[in-house]
Ligand binder design. Structure first.
Ligand SMILES: Cc1cc2nc3c(=O)[nH]c(=O)nc-3n(C[C@H](O)[C@H](O)[C@H](O)COP(=O)(O)OP(=O)(O)OC[C@H]3O[C@@H](n4cnc5c(N)ncnc54)[C@H](O)[C@@H]3O)c2cc1C
Length: 409
């Protein structure tokens, strides 16, 4: 049986991995490298993800896959500290004492926030799908907690969509990030980066006879009555892992209009540390990026022979013009970084970096099979109400098992 998989990100690779011994698989990947949102590029030493990544303690499918690939010994658990950049100052917010000392929330607001965090794991997320995050926070914690704490976070992540995002998304984020000890939350990272996962999958798939066509965009799909044709080549089954709207444009079925947003993420190699030892620094002050991620405050800088930070930003439709220049200039001014302290920098752009989990999103989630095409990706049920490596691995496994069931292989 011949199966074509459109997209060489984690969903496509996971589906291919599950099916590799049961079918002849061809993966078409538009870019010159595999990994999609989890792709990596060269750093001074080794590789660094184009977009910051870590995993969580509940990512069991990721752990299973790593075990099966023989790389789980490389998975390390490290502390990820957090902070807020507000009024031109860095406020660490990792330990209870740091949170108590934070001056921009009253004691009562901190108490309300703490109660919400404790309760976050018990909410039924489906019941929060039709409520906006804004309304929910104002009801549970009051307007000052919303304005001073959540609004800047929602603004930096979702911009103009900030008032449409569902409480299901926000509460799921709070729940997953609340799993922390006094020294910060434990987050997982492969010793050689997530490139190890992508490269191991690529090697295993190639060794199993999988054909991987990089730099090959699926431009036209068509069902000829018995087979799926992709760019003119015929296959018994088709898996698509791309944005459903893009699939429609190349001949796929119609889907509800799932809004997507893009990510513009700058990676900077530096001679020194700039975020006072903090891994994840959210920007409350207005800036051309929503967070500064001190990657080498999470992974030791010795691994790279330099310090690495990411400047994270999201956009709707297309990134601001001259964003690269705007970001680096703001970063240097704000963190007092001189030109000769920067080793290199690059801006990575991903147009479809994730769905926006607006109110009522749950109803838009496509089934795993539609009109004969198998669908797995960031839009799948397993990636609701936030996309993740884990969710994409599950989506890939799920379509693989649907294919096995349907075709009895
Ligand atoms: C900024 C950022 C930070 C993240 N951080 C984390 C994190 O810390 N932890 C976590 O668990 N998850 C994180 N994620 C989410 C995680 O990266 C994704 O859920 C996962 O990698 C998505 O994999 P996918 O295969 O579903 O989609 P994608 O990675 O988008 O893969 C789809 C692939 O299809 C290709 N493609 C598109 N159109 C075509 C076409 N017509 N023909 C051929 N190929 C095509 C694309 O080039 C891409 O390679 C992050 C994502 C982003 C953007």
């Amino acid at each position: 049986m011949d199966i074509c998989i459109i997209g060489g990100g984690l969903s496509g690779l996971s589906a291919a991995y599950s099916l590799r011994e049961k079918a002849d698989i061809t993966i078409l990947e538009e870019k010159e490298k595999l990994g999609g949102c989890l792709s990596s590029s060269k750093a001074k030493n080794g590789c660094i993800e184009d977009f910051y990544h870590h995993c969580f303690s509940g990512d069991n499918n990721l752990f299973e896959l790593s075990d099966s690939l023989g790389i789980s010994d490389n998975l390390e658990w490290l502390s990820g500290s957090t902070g807020y950049y507000a009024n031109d100052k860095i406020y660490p917010l990792t330990t209870p004492i740091e949170i108590l000392r934070y001056p921009l929330l009253s004691i009562l607001d901190k108490f309300r926030l703490a109660i919400l965090t404790i309760k976050s794991k018990n909410y039924n997320l489906s019941s929060l799908d039709e409520i906006s995050a804004k309304d929910f926070i104002i009801e549970k914690c009051g307007i000052s907690v919303y304005n001073s704490f959540f609004e800047p976070l929602l603004n930096s992540k979702y911009g103009n969509f900030k008032e449409s995002v569902s409480a299901a998304w926000l509460i799921s984020r709070i729940a997953i990030r609340s799993d922390r000890k006094t020294g910060g939350e434990k987050l997982g990272y492969f010793r050689d980066g997530y490139n190890l996962l992508i490269k191991s999958l690529e090697t295993e798939l190639e060794n199993s006879g999988c054909i991987i066509k990089k730099g090959t965009k699926a431009e036209l799909i068509n069902f000829n009555g018995s087979k799926w044709e992709v760019n003119g080549a015929a296959y018994d089954a088709l898996i698509s892992t791309i944005n459903p709207r893009c699939l429609t444009k190349i001949g796929g079925p119609e889907f509800p209009e799932i809004p997507y947003q893009g990510a513009a993420c700058m990676t900077i190699g530096l001679k020194r540390e700039v975020t006072k030892g903090i891994y994840w620094l959210n920007m409350k002050d207005k800036a051309p990026y929503g967070a500064v991620i001190g990657h080498t405050n999470f992974i030791p800088p010795e691994n790279y022979g330099e310090h690495i930070v990411y400047l994270a930003s999201y956009f709707k439709d297309k990134p601001e013009e001259n964003l690269e220049e705007i970001m680096i200039k703001d970063f240097c001014n704000r963190f007092d970084v001189k030109d000769d302290e920067i080793n290199w920098y690059r801006l990575n752009i991903e147009k479809f970096a994730g769905p926006v989990y607006i109110k009522g999103y749950q109803k838009m989630v496509p089934e795993y099979e539609k009109e004969g095409i198998f669908l797995a990706g960031m839009f799948s049920q397993s990636n609701y109400p936030e996309r993740s490596m884990e969710g994409s691995i599950i989506a890939g496994k799920k379509v693989a098992s649907e294919i096995c069931r349907k075709y009895n292989i």
